[in-house]
Design a protein around this ligand. Sequence first.
Ligand code: PXG
Length: 447
Amino acid sequence: MPPTQMASQAGLVEENLQAYWMPFTPNRQFKADPRILVSAEGMYYRSADGRKILDGVAGLWCVNAGHGRRAIAERMQAEMARLDYAPSFNFTHPAAIELAGRLAAMSPRGLNRVFFTNSGSESVDTALKIALAYHRARGHGERQRLIGRERAYHGVGFGGLSVGGLGNNRKAFGPLLAGAGHLPHTLDLEHNAFSRGSPAWGAHLADALERLATLHDASTIAAVIVEPVAGAGGVLPPPQGYLRRLREICDRHGILLIFDEVITGFGRLGEAFAADFFGVTPDIMTLAKGLTNAAVPMGAVLVRQEVHDAFMQGPPDSVELFHGYTCSGHPLACAAGLATLDIYRDEQLFQRAAATAPHFEQALHSLRGEPHVVDIRNQGLLGAIELEPAPDGRNRAAEVAMRCYRKGLMVRGLATNVIALSPPLIIEKSEIGELRDTLADALRDLA
Ligand code: PXG
């Protein structure tokens, strides 16, 4: 179907489409052949041309409870009818208080202070600022370095970019924050290709933090931020023992450890958080995406009480942290968050994800041997298929993703020749079969 016809079908006109500058999208290619989604229910989208599309990525790694959740929509409607907005500075409202309490109660031990934001990017920048201000509040203003990791994705704010490790996302934007350093990433196909879950090889890569502490002097480092499982950088499960080793090095040197759980939070690995799954507790944790099932933008930063309490000094009428957003803890977002947490609890979706994960792993690894596949990785309901780079530099993963879409499956083709999978936690075995078979088809088509 010609694109103009498809667009008008969705009630759009060509001019409006041209007016829309789309994020992280090849705009010209897209607008020549747009993919327009008009509704969604459960595991499936419906496209403007009337096809059912199986959602293999939970939207953008965020619709963990599946689409079209009535209870979320109804709670949001009720909240909007009652309270459209309350200022987030100097005032609050019942839903924000309740959601803070719920998050504190479900979080890993001790992370019981909650700061609300509106996205993962804002959560990351908030966490980095809290880390810097924490040390300063304790008389250690010299701790200003922030350490990230190669291939990390921490959103698109200047803070998150500075500790992020994806060159394309950084190169156009100047020198970024001074004093940021990076750990090496943990993928090495010679040592850990086709691992199931955490690879046995690679824990020693955490020792790079010890070397940075020697190089810069540990007393200048404020925090280390890592995604427990790197997501947008290609789905890289941490080597066995790696996160524990990072924790130990941080403890030895008084460095704060931040887990960016924007993707791994809310059941993605079969536990509430990756911190639970790996048994390693960070000092600060960033959340977004699954917090509201992405029904409305929201993020949160969870902080260990000791970190929070370091700010609670000085006269009681003084602002302790000069930071926040107009819509921090917006009533609509808090309502969505509460309804989402109810669904996770009542339907035991995290346990369900844990029960589905072995089947998902089996299905993914059965694609070994398909054309161009050089690695398959998985953890919980996160998966990746890495393809051999094409001789002419084409991104094969993006091509496979496009072919999958035509065949009725949404997957994510990452820049690194990686097809990423992150289905809603409600996925059934039969849908995993459909996902696997469609992927196999698309891979063979490309060969
Ligand atoms: N941290 C992590 C770990 C993320 O995955 C962010 C922070 C930023 O969240 P916001 O809400 O500001 O987008 C993310 C977001 C991809 C892709 O390439 C990944 C994300 C967002 C959009 C696309 O698949 N992750």
